[in-house]
Write a protein that binds this ligand. Structure first.
Ligand code: TPP
Ligand code: MG
Length: 601
C-alpha cells in the first residue's frame, strides 16, 4: 500500500480509538476480512495501540452487554462489531437494553458484498454472501438506535464513525448503528488526520431561568415536597446536586424502579424504593409537590400515584419519552435539561429566594428522618435468617453486603428480588449499583465483564435470578472473563425457575387456575448453574442452601476473585410472594399459604 494510504477498515478502527473507544467487543465473520487484516498488520507492525483492543465475544448479546456495562461504569462509549444480519439479530434484547438504558455505544455491522463478478476487491466469493443479502439489515435495529447509516464510500468513513459516536453520546444517549459492505471496508483511501476535537457530544442543557424559578418556588412553598427518581445517578454529579437541593429544603426522595444509585440509601431523606407495587405509597399520596427527576416509570398509575391536587414537575434529558407510544405524568411543567445542571440551578434559586422557612424545614427533616429510620429498622429485622437453616433473599443480600464492602460495583438482575436487593444492599455511593435500564434479561453476564474492564481495581458482583443467569449466555460471558482477565462474583438467587411470569399472572388472576395448580415455570430437572461457569471459564463454583454456610462461601468466592478467578455461587432462596392486590384485584392470593412455589407444575 502506498504511503499515506490505508484501508477503510483501518480508518474505521483508528477513528474509534481517536474517539475514545478502548475496546471493540467483536464477533467476527466473512464481512470482516479488512478488520481482521488491519489488526494483523497492526500486530505485525507493533502499532496495535493505535486501534481499540479486540475482545472476542462468542455471543453478540454478551458483546453488547459488555459494552453497556463498560459505559455505565466509565461513562465512555465503546464499540461492538457484528456479522451482517445474523450478528445483528443476535444482538437481540441487548439493543433494547442499551436504548432504554440510554447507554452510548457504536455498533458496526458488515454487509454482504455488493458485487459478485470480481468487479471489486472484497466481492462475493463464498456461498453465504447470497444467503446474507437482506433488503433492510438496519431495519432489524431501527426502532432502537439513534442513528443507522450505511458507509457507502470509504472517503469519509472516519467522519461517519465520529458522527455516529457524537450522536450516541449526546443526551439522551443511546446506540448508533453503522453498516459497511465488504468492498467499502477493503477500499484503500488516503489516510486522514485525527479529528476527535470536532465531535464532542452536545453540551449539557440548562433550565430556562423562569422554569428554575417556578420549581424553586413550588418546592420552598410546599408542605410535603417529594422527589421521585429512577436514573438520575447516571451522572454522579447529579446525585450530589440532588442531595444539596434536598438538604436545603428537607425534600424526601423515593427511588422508583432504580437502575442506578440515585440518592444515598443511608441519607435520612431517603424514603425507600418502589417497584411494580399494587399498594399505594403513602408518602407519594401525601406529597403536595412532586419533582420527577430522571424517571421512565415514577409510579404505576393504576395502583399508586400522587394525589390529584399535587403539583408535579418533570425534569429530564428525556421529559416526555418520545420513544414510548404511551406515557403520561400529569405535570404542571415538563422541562428538558441536564439533571445536575438543572438541580444546581433550582438549589441556587431556592437560596436566592431566601430559602424555605427554617423552622418548617427543620421540623420536616425530623419527621422524614423518623420515617427513614423506621423503614430501615423494618428491613433490618427481615435480614435475620429464619432459624430453620434456610436462606431468605433478605439474609442473602445482607451477607453479600457485609462481604463485599461499600466500594464494590453491584449489578442487579434479581427480577422478583429487585426490591430486596435495593432495600438490603444499602447502596450509598454513586456508581455502586447498576441495573440494565431495560427489561431484556441476561444483561448482567456481559455487563460484568465490561464493568470489570472499566474498573479493574474494583470488585464486581452480579446479583441475578437463575433465569436471568441463563439468559446471559453464561458460557460466553465466563469464557470472556477468563480470557480478558475480568473476573467477577456472580450470586444467583436460585428460586428454581421463573417467578416473575407467575407473579404477573397472579396479579391479574389472583384466584385463577395458576393460584391453584401453579404456573408451570419451574426449572426441573435442576441445572448445575455454577457448573456452566466452571466448565466454560474455569470459575470457582459453589451451591449453597444452608444459611450458616453462606458467609464462608462468599468469603472464599471473593478470595478467588482477588486471585483473578471468577466465582459463581448459586443460593437456594424461597419463591417471592406477589405484591398485595391493588384496587382491581380485591382477592389476593398468598402463594406462601399454598405450599410450594406456585410456578412448578
Ligand atoms: C429476553 C427476555 N425474555 C423473556 C422475558 C420475560 N421474563 C421476565 S422475568 C422472567 C423470569 C426471570 O427469571 P429469574 O431471573 O429466575 O427471576 P425470578 O422471576 O425467578 O425472580 C422472564 C422470562 C424478559 N424480560 N426478557
Ligand atoms: Mg428464578
Amino acid at each position: 500500500m502506498a504511503d499515506g494510504q490505508h484501508t477503510v477498515s483501518r480508518a474505521l478502527l483508528e477513528a474509534m480509538r481517536e474517539a475514545g473507544v478502548t475496546y471493540l467487543f467483536a464477533n467476527l465473520g466473512s464481512d470482516h476480512t479488512g478488520i481482521v487484516e488491519a489488526y494483523a498488520q497492526a500486530r505485525r507492525d507493533g502499532c496495535a495501540g493505535a486501534l481499540p483492543e479486540l475482545v472476542l465475544c462468542p455471543h453478540e448479546f454478551v458483546a453488547l452487554s459488555a459494552a453497556h456495562g463498560y459505559a455505565q461504569v466509565s461513562g465512555e462509549a465503546q464499540a461492538v462489531l457484528v456479522h451482517v444480519d445474523c450478528g445483528t439479530q443476535n444482538l437481540g434484547g441487548a439493543v433494547h437494553n442499551a436504548s432504554r438504558g440510554r447507554v452510548p455505544v457504536l455498533i458496526l455491522a458488515g454487509l454482504s458484498p455488493v458485487t459478485a463478478e470480481g468487479e471489486l476487491p472484497g466481492g462475493r466469493n463464498e456461498f453465504i454472501h447470497w444467503l446474507q443479502d437482506t433488503a433492510d439489515q438496519a431495519g432489524i435495529v431501527r426502532g432502537y438506535v439513534k442513528y443507522a447509516h450505511e458507509i457507502r464510500t470509504g472517503h469519509n468513513a472516519k467522519q461517519l464513525v465520529h458522527r455516529a459516536l457524537q450522536i450516541a453520546r449526546s443526551e439522551p444517549a443511546g446506540p448508533a448503528y453503522l453498516l459497511a459492505g465488504r468492498e467499502v471496508m477493503e477500499q484503500t483511501v488516503p489516510a486522514q488526520p485525527g479529528q476527535r476535537q470536532w465531535w464532542s457530544p452536545v453540551a449539557p442543557m440548562a433550565l430556562a431561568p423562569q422554569v428554575a424559578d417556578e420549581i424553586a418556588a413550588a418546592l420552598t412553598g410546599a408542605d410535603a415536597p417529594l422527589v421521585v427518581t429512577s436514573y438520575l445517578g447516571r451522572d454522579p454529579a447529579a446525585v450530589a446536586a440532588l442531595t444539596e437541593l434536598c438538604e436545603l429544603a428537607a425534600i424526601g426522595v423515593i427511588e422508583s424502579v432504580p437502575m442506578w444509585m440515585n440518592f444515598p440509601g443511608d441519607h435520612p431523606l431517603h424514603l425507600g424504593y418502589q417497584w411494580s407495587t399494587a399498594a399505594q405509597n403513602p408518602l407519594l399520596a401525601d406529597a403536595d409537590v412532586v419533582l420527577v427527576a430522571g424517571s421512565d416509570v415514577p409510579w404505576i398509575p393504576a395502583t399508586n400515584r400522587p394525589s390529584p391536587g399535587a403539583r408535579i414537575y418533570v425534569l429530564d434529558v428525556d421529559p416526555i419519552k418520545e420513544q414510548m407510544t404511551l406515557w403520561h405524568v400529569p405535570a404542571a411543567r415538563y422541562a428538558r435539561a441536564d439533571l445536575a445542571t438543572a438541580l444546581r440551578q433550582v438549589a441556587a434559586r431556592v437560596r436566592e429566594r431566601g430559602g424555605a422557612d427554617a423552622a418548617r424545614v427543620a421540623a420536616r427533616a425530623g419527621r422524614l428522618a423518623a420515617v427513614h429510620r423506621a423503614q430501615r429498622e423494618q428491613w433490618a429485622a427481615r435480614e435475620r435468617p429464619p432459624g430453620d437453616g434456610t436462606v431468605t433473599a433478605e439474609y442473602l443480600v445482607a451477607c453479600v453486603r457485609e462481604a463485599i464492602g461499600p466500594d464494590a460495583i453491584v449489578l442487579t438482575e434479581a427480577i422478583t428480588n429487585y426490591p430486596i436487593v435495593c432495600e438490603h444492599l444499602r447502596a450509598s455511593r454513586p456508581g455502586s449499583l447498576f441495573g440494565s435500564g431495560g427489561s431484556s434479561l441476561g444483561w448482567a453476564g456481559g455487563a460484568a465483564v465490561g464493568a470489570k474492564l472499566a474498573a479493574p481495581d474494583r470488585t464486581v458482583v452480579s446479583l441475578v435470578g437463575d433465569g436471568s443467569y441463563l439468559f446471559g449466555v453464561p458460557a460466553s460471558a465466563q469464557w470472556m472473563a477468563r480470557r480478558y482477565g475480568a473476573p467477577s462474583l456472580t450470586v444467583i438467587f436460585d428460586n428454581q425457575g421463573w417467578a416473575a411470569p407467575v407473579m404477573s399472572t397472579l396479579m391479574v388472576h389472583p384466584s385463577g387456575a395458576t393460584a391453584a395448580v401453579g404456573g408451570g415455570t419451574g426449572f426441573a430437572p435442576e441445572v448445575d448453574l455454577p457448573g456452566v461457569a466452571a466448565a466454560a471459564g474455569g470459575a470457582y463454583a459453589a451451591t449453597v442452601s444452608e444459611a450458616g454456610k453462606l458467609p464462608v462461601a462468599l468469603g472464599l468466592a471473593l478470595a478467588e476473585g482477588r486471585r483473578g478467578r471468577s466465582a459463581v455461587i448459586s443460593v437456594q432462596v424461597p419463591p417471592t410472594a406477589p405484591p398485595p392486590a391493588g384496587p382491581h384485584h380485591p382477592d389476593p392470593v398468598d402463594p406462601g399459604q399454598k405450599g410450594d412455589p406456585p410456578w412448578p407444575g
